[in-house]
Design a protein around this ligand. Sequence first.
Ligand code: GLA
Length: 394
Amino acid sequence: MDDRLITRARNTRARFQQVFSNPPQVVAYGPGRVDLLGSHTDYNEGFVLPVAIDLEVMAAGRKRKDRRIRIWSHNFGKLSAFILDNIESDTKAKWSNYARGVIKCMLDAGYELGGADVLLDGAVPIGSGLSSSAAVEMAVAMLLQSLFDLEIADTELALVGQKAENQFVGINTGIMDQFASRLGKSGHAVFLDCRSLEFELVPMPMEHVRIVVADTMKRRGLVDSEYNLRRGQCEQAVEALKPYAREARALRDITPEQFEENRNILPKALRKRAEHVIYENERVLKARELLRIGDLDGFGNLMNASHDSSRDLYEVSCIELEAMVGAARRVPGVLGSRMAGAGFGGCTVSLVEKDMVEEFQRLVSAEYYEKTGVKPIFYVCTAADGASVLEVRS
Ligand code: GLA
């Protein structure tokens, strides 16, 4: 375990002791993620290529004798409490709903839990497209799995997190975030087939480059955004294309050839959404090949193409993302730059030559500030390990 995580675990343990006047029995964490490629392909049963990052949510916990759960958020400075037999969403402490949802879904799946005191201590910026929600879900799930001696397969745990988000929090997201947060591996990107959930950890040749995440500081609310509208449009496009591709269940099943032959039968908006998803899947497959042979220049070009398609065809960009990506691409030593996550604000992700990382931050910050009047925040990330248990004490 690296020193940074040891220090974070120590701080989280001390905070738990302070709040609950007892030491925690388990400290676990779930990381955020950044998607290098695969924009809006996950819920179309396609391919994605994210990495887990070294920004994480720590969760410390201690069993209680009753069936009460108390969750203290270090970030919000607030407590949210409930009884295991009656878990409802908390409109006054929305941050707690990700944990509540995971606990409810674990119980619904038949896992036996008891009461616990839990402290959450997050370092993933909230609402910025780095999946602080999946990080909370996976941190809490790992914590409870260890506290109550449960054996839950990695993929199953990711699915529990997604279910919590879909059914409890009410956001119809795909599986990418929870999967990357649970199954990420240091130095690797996670190539995931979102239909079969088969995955491959692809080594990232990172000797000379860094993953730089830039936060536009424009917050996006996924629930209120156009996310569900896009999902619906993709489903409509599949329905419309079915007569020409009988076996198709999702856009993942439509080949570029089938699409090109029949593109004119689709209304304009559906045509654009489908075109984005179908070619984005092709890009993810190509990107995996390029990573395998260490061609990061080619990989960067695919990141650029992904962003442009997300903007022009999927229409999920905004002024801030364009300002950031535009500034990034003007810096020498930038291999590729694109929006991260759902779009509509949040972060961008760029592959930057190692020696240019400082200059990148200086130049992009200046240009972004000039265009928007806002100072961005940068995170130089490494591809990190997925959710783990760090400490167990009796
Ligand atoms: C959000 C969702 C993911 C995925 C991306 C877009 O991050 O949580 O499931 O759909 O948007 O690729």
